[in-house]
Design a protein around this ligand. Structure first.
Ligand code: 13P
Ligand code: SF4
Length: 304
């Protein structure tokens, strides 16, 4: 059944001139039919250069919005409209404007996991793979980092030459894991390297051999000579890596590391979107787009 649906998808995406983008957390069967699989940064860059006139995003809403900002002439569809990111929707624009007024000499650095509305008041956007590089490269010395306090703390530690103000937002999935669970995972697999996403709590990141984006974690594990790895991000990455590298062993940091929003999109959703009976077209007013895209373009300029 899966093969049959995949064949239909491959045929329909050509017929409808559609580029399928899949975030690294998508299921193996979706990744297999995608034109590109990657982390948030790579997806936003890729979407800009894709020749197709339609983009189907298999991921969460802020990712589809980012694609629309960069490619307004394209028809961008979010494969499953229920796929949101709780972190992206955590902070209201009014709150950030209030904080900004208390720190007028601070540049607002927004994690890409934010709504389009929040991006309209950000000076620059960052992803987990580009945050350190961009915060170092941007000329501003004072940075108000929103919304993820864990990623913000990680960047702050890597860029001690700048001043950071952090707010207390974050990813409910990654924040679920505490130090004790990380210590227990390391004790259970003493020969494994520990790879984490910087959305994890600082006390968990402190125990890691490597911290990086979803794509960074996968690349590190694939290129390493080590044979065993504890993976500190959504458990889909454990599954992908184990599938591609049966000669190595991959262990989840926690069975609770599952982003349910990323699990919502199915292969059937992809098929239905291509048949024109599913998904949600991203519509954005031009004023919001023009204001929000500036921080994405600055991200690409500093992060490339
Ligand atoms: P990446 O930038 O690593 O793809 O992260 C996106 C995300 O939402 C991780 O939880
Ligand atoms: Fe958002 Fe966290 Fe899910 Fe990533 S893992 S999409 S940050 S809720």
């Amino acid at each position: 059944m899966i093969k049959d649906v995949q064949e239909q998808i491959l045929r329909l995406k050509k017929q409808t001139d559609t580029c399928i983008l899949a975030h690294s957390y998508m299921s193996e069967e979706i990744c297999e039919v995608a034109d590109f699989v990657g982390d948030s940064y790579a997806l936003s860059v890729k979407a800009k250069s894709a020749p197709q006139k339609n983009i189907l995003m298999c991921g969460v809403r802020f990712m589809a919005e980012t694609v629309k900002m960069l490619s307004p002439q394209k028809r961008v569809t979010l494969a499953n409209p229920a796929a949101g990111c709780p972190m992206a929707e955590q902070m209201e624009r009014g709150l950030i404007e209030q904080v900004k007024s208390s720190y007028p000499d601070y540049a607002v650095v927004a994690y890409i996991n934010t709504t389009a509305e929040l991006k309209t008041i950000a000076d620059v956007c960052v992803t987990s793979s580009s945050a350190v590089k961009i915060c170092r490269a941007m000329p501003e010395k004072n940075i108000l980092f929103i919304p993820d306090i864990n990623l913000g703390t990680y960047v702050k530690n890597q860029v001690p030459e700048k001043n950071f103000k952090l707010l207390s937002g974050g990813c409910p999935t990654h924040a679920r894991v505490g130090r004790e669970e990380a210590v227990a995972a390391k004790a259970a697999h003493p020969d494994a390297l520990f790879l984490v996403h910087p959305e994890c709590r600082p006390e968990v990141v402190a125990l890691a051999d490597y911290a990086g984006s979803t794509a960074g974690i996968a690349q590190y594990a694939e290129q390493s000579d080590a044979r065993e790895f504890i993976i500190g991000t959504d458990n889909s990455i454990v599954q992908h890596l184990q599938y591609r590298h049966p000669e190595k062993k991959f262990y989840p940091l926690s069975k609770d590391l599952v982003c349910h929003n990323m699990r919502i999109t199915t292969l059937t959703d992809v098929l239905h979107c291509l048949k024109g009976c599913g998904g949600e077209e991203i519509v954005m007013d031009e004023d919001t787009r023009l204001k929000a895209v500036k921080c994405i373009e600055r991200m690409i300029k500093y992060g490339g």
